[in-house]
Design a protein around this ligand. Sequence first.
Ligand code: IMP
Length: 435
Amino acid sequence: MIMKRKLVILGAQWGDEGKGKIVDLLSENYDLAVRYQGGSNAGHTVIANGHKLILHLLPTGILHSHVTGIIAQGMVVDLEVLNQELTDLERKGVSYEGRLFISDRAHVVFPYHKLLDRLFEKHKGIGTTLRGIGPAYMFKFARKGIRLSDFEDEKRLYSLVEENVAFVNDLCEKVFCEKSSLNPEAITEESLRLYRKYKHMVTDASRIISEHGGSILFEGAQGTMLDVDMGTYPFVTSSNSSSLGLSNGTGLSPKFFSDAYFLGVAKAYTTRVGGGPFPTELKGEEGDKLRDIGGEYGSTTGRPRRCGWLDLVALRYAVKVNSLDGLIITKLDVLDSFEEIKVCVAYECEGERIDTFPASYSLLERCKPVYETLPGWLSDTKGAKDPSALPPRAKDYIRFIEDFVGVPVIMLSTGPKREEYLWLKETLHKSVSFS
Ligand code: IMP
């Protein structure tokens, strides 16, 4: 088991890599779980004791009674979603009182952000989750945002919401030619009602993290390729979903993370939801097969995910961007019935070979994958719990990934259930030290 005092788990693709299950599993060894970017656009699925739980806003670690959860300052908090998730936890018998804290610097997602998200999507959208995430960050950086600490001064809060609603109403009518029915008083009252319910959790979260003497797990949401700076811009989310988001998302200096262990989670193939470049996308039967076997439908929106072969150029880029120490490969079992498995080892654009992930959207749009074809293992890896149960060709596949991206694959997930995983360090990487 990994026993580093600080562990960072990041998505190494376009999100939906299966981080929820991994974080849930590894939280057993940690006592503080921190989410630090994004908001309820995330959908972290955990299957435990036969129950399926999808957490959007809360850190997944909160499901363990010994873990304290933190919603740090880089997140945008939808109070309605917070209320729904906490009510749902209560109903399932998970008590969270005294072990959940929310940063007073976190910005709040209001109904007018969700309205704007919908309007932006209607006019040349990128396929967002419609959770108001982009507009909430937009307001934050335009210095029109409202933070949880602003809820203390109710009079000021009313006037801030009023100003924002007037601004959004103007946008709706003058730019989008739509009438808006936003009511600033009703919005403020409802937000205040929810805030009062959870006010005792709102605090200086950076301080809790920096003064914590025990172990800390940082839970990244979305994935590196959706990072607002490093991803496939403009088809990205509006936060730094790579390791770049750690420092501003927690309010702690990069030095704080210098002794952390960075693990990336990637599927054995690739998926993405929403629009944007996806060089290895399979539009025909093979893509449908991956979607059917992998159950590739969005956990937040239910949208069918686009599916394709593993893009090692993008994965190697994610390893570099995040300085990953190792990888966890999920959904290996989805490839069990494929006779041949392709991996993208370079791109080709108008006769030129490209070995690194390009920044340019128009170049990426024209990139064709250069594949290497590996033989499938055509046997069952589902539920495998020990490396000795892996077919040799599945091990070859993993070795191919490691050699290409330059870091070890230390764990495989072989099914959706909590217990369906195995560690690889003993068999493939004797030399890798985890403590
Ligand atoms: P937003 O984050 O809702 O603004 O959506 C921006 C892009 O990120 C869209 O392509 C979404 O589908 C994608 N996205 C956002 N959150 C997730 C996630 O948790 N998993 C996968 N894709 C996501």
